[in-house]
Design a binder for this molecule. Sequence first.
Ligand SMILES: Cc1cc2nc3c(=O)[nH]c(=O)nc-3n(C[C@H](O)[C@H](O)[C@H](O)COP(=O)(O)OP(=O)(O)OC[C@H]3O[C@@H](n4cnc5c(N)ncnc54)[C@H](O)[C@@H]3O)c2cc1C
Length: 343
Amino acid sequence: MSFALEIRNQVDLKGLNTMAVDATARQFADIESAGQLKQALEAARAQQLETLVLGSGSNLIFAGDFDGLVLHMSLRGRSWEQVQDNAAVLVLAAGENWHDAVLYAARSGYRGIENLALIPGTAGAAPVQNIGAYGVELCDTLQSVTALDCDSMAVITLAAEDCQFAYRDSLFKRNPGRYIILEIRLRLSRSAPLKLDYRDLQDYLSDCDAAELTALNVAEAVMAVRRRKLPDPETLPNTGSFFKNPVISQLQFDDLQKKFPEMVFYPMADGVKLAAAWLIDQAGWKGFRNSRVGIHNRQALVLVNHSGGSGEDVLALAEDVRGSVKEKFGVELEIEPGVVGTC
Ligand SMILES: Cc1cc2nc3c(=O)[nH]c(=O)nc-3n(C[C@H](O)[C@H](O)[C@H](O)COP(=O)(O)OP(=O)(O)OC[C@H]3O[C@@H](n4cnc5c(N)ncnc54)[C@H](O)[C@@H]3O)c2cc1C
C-alpha cells in the first residue's frame, strides 16, 4: 500500500465499468485508506470538482465523460472478529471483491452470504443497493457499516437498523455523495439454516441430501445456475439487471391481470411486484439487437454491449424499452444502475 495520494489526469474508465463503455475521468485516484480519501476530497473541494465513488463499475452507466475526480475504492483487508462457537463477524474493507469474500466465508464454514455468490463488485458497494439474489439480501447478515460522513468529515459506524435497507435501496443510495463506505461487518454463523427456497437452486441440488449440504455447496450451485442464465461481463459486457421489478397498486394489478392473466407477479405488503423481465419479453424485446447494443437472448432484464456501444446507445435502448412497456402495460420501469456523466 502506498501512503501518498496520487491524482492522475484524463484516465480511461472503459476497463473500470462492466458495460465497457468509453468514458474518461478528468481526475482519478486509487483510494487505499481513510486518510487518502480525506485528502482526495479536500483536493476536489479546493478545485470545486465533483467526485464519484467507484467500486468495480458493475452498477453504473457512464453516459459520457466524468468531469470531476473519481475515487476508486481500493481499500483492502478481511478479518474475523467476535469468533464464538458457531458465529463470527467477517470484516471486509470496501475494496475487497465481493464474490471472493463469499467464497472465503463459505470455505471457512460460515453461512449467510452463500446465495450472493458471483454478484460482481466490491464489498463497499454491496450495502448501497442492498444486493440480493436467490432469496437473500445483504441486510440479512449485515451488522454495521463504517463510513466517512462527507458532511462532517468524521468516520462513523452505522448499525444495520440505521441503514434504511429496502429492496435494492438504502440510506447510502438515498443520500448520494454523503457517505463513503470504508468497511462492512457481516454476522455469519456455522449453523444457520441454508436458504434453498428458489426453484432453480432446488432443481440443481435435487440429487443431494439437504442435511449434508454446506455453504460452499450452495455457493457453487448459485454460481452454476447464474452462469446458465446471465452473461459474463468479461465476454459480453453488461450491468446485470437493468430495470427494477416495478411495484404497482393492487387496483392497477387487478385491472392488468384481467388483460394478461399469465402475468408473472409477487404479492407484497404495499402492492404487487411485477417481473420486469416478463413485461420486457412480452413487449417483444428479448434477443433484440442493433449494431452495437441489445437485450440478452436468455434474460430480458439484461442490456448488453455487443460491439463498442456508448453509454448513450445503452440509455437510448433503455428508453425505447421503457416506452414500449409503458405503452403496452401502463407500467413505468425504473433503471437500476446509476447514470453518471454527460452525453
Ligand atoms: C452480471 C451482473 C450481475 C449482477 N447481479 C446482481 C444481483 O444478483 N443482485 C444485485 O443486487 N446486484 C447485481 N448486480 C449489480 C452489482 O453487481 C451490484 O450493485 C454491486 O454491489 C456493485 O458493486 P460495484 O463495486 O461494481 O459498484 P459500482 O458500480 O462501482 O458503484 C455502484 C454505486 O455504489 C456507489 N459506491 C461504490 N462503492 C462505494 C463505497 N465504498 N461507498 C459508497 N458508495 C459506493 C457508487 O458511487 C455507485 O453509486 C449485478 C451486476 C452484473 C454486472
